[in-house]
Design a protein around this ligand. Sequence first.
Ligand SMILES: Cc1ncc(COP(=O)(O)O)c(C=O)c1O
Length: 365
Amino acid sequence: MAGARGFEPPPYPYDRLDVLQKEAEKVPGGVVDLSIGTPYDPPPALVVEALGSSGTERGYPPSVGTPAFREAAAGWLDRRFGVAVDSQHVAACMGTKEFVAGVPHWLRLRSPERDTVLYPRISYPSYAMGATLAGCRAVPYATLAGVEPADAARALCVWVNSPANPTGDVDDLAAAAAWGRAHDVPVLSDECYIEFTWAGPGRTIIAHGLDGVLAVHSLSKRSNLAGARAGFYAGDPDLVHYLSEVRKHAGFMVPGPVQAAAVAAFGDDAHVDEQRGRYERRLTLMIEALAAAGVACPAPAGAFYLWAPAPGGDAWALARLLASEGGAVVAPGELYGEAGADHVRIAVVQPDDRIALVAQRLGAV
Ligand SMILES: Cc1ncc(COP(=O)(O)O)c(C=O)c1O
């Protein structure tokens, strides 16, 4: 509408990469898209089978999740990470992006005197976008210890993400939980890469108690199920109850067949172990490819991204080089915050032979 004022959605981060895409298309053999962290490998057959055979299509599914869904999620937390959580303190979400982008709004309805979302200064863009969509302040932090007391006092929540997108770093989640409790700020811990932790075992914030914390999990990465949209949040009983009630009123529901598929996915670990092997191989191959292009890139502590420092600090120049020489589309670090502007993020989501092709083009093989 002409003359409309107020919120104008900014360009979607990945839509800004068209110029790199065009450059990569010129390379014989085609583009290798390493920009978006979308899984390429298939979900396990037992999950696809469950998706088509639940018979749950006709009725409305429970917004909070079926008992089987909540028990499967709680059982997975217990089996994989040794944390016992009552399934009553687990609730479903439609993948986690909608939850990340929506939760500041719902928290603000309950605490209108607070107006701030704290988030890591180099991070997944939806933490800041969720604040914007709620009409709140998005305040980035370098370290929790460095958060201004005035910002902490206004905070609806603080996000932590471990292993982190895009850096792969792992956090001290005990310290994060303690910080939240000391400042009376709910700690929302995005743990969607937990099973792709390379430095030691996967860690969840709820190992440090449920009070004031939520662990947020997704099947998108774990089970290559980003297209089905299934995730959950678990932790503080009061927060889980409040949020799941609000979401029930608003009509958020994971479709019944997807809930059934999620039960199958949470029950199986073999496919995740297999996927870990794939990502480890590809990370190693891509580190070698970058070395051949003159870029020394450290191995990440977790997740399936390389966070590569750009020579001379010019991330767009490195991204253009990887597009024109390697035919690879990668994400300049500024998509994840100004502080990341001197790095590029490389998602090793494509099949091994495509990653090998990039390596070959860059002269590594
Ligand atoms: C850190 C982080 N959180 C959440 C998500 C959202 O994933 P989904 O909505 O598929 O669960 C992503 C996706 O890339 C992510 O990287």
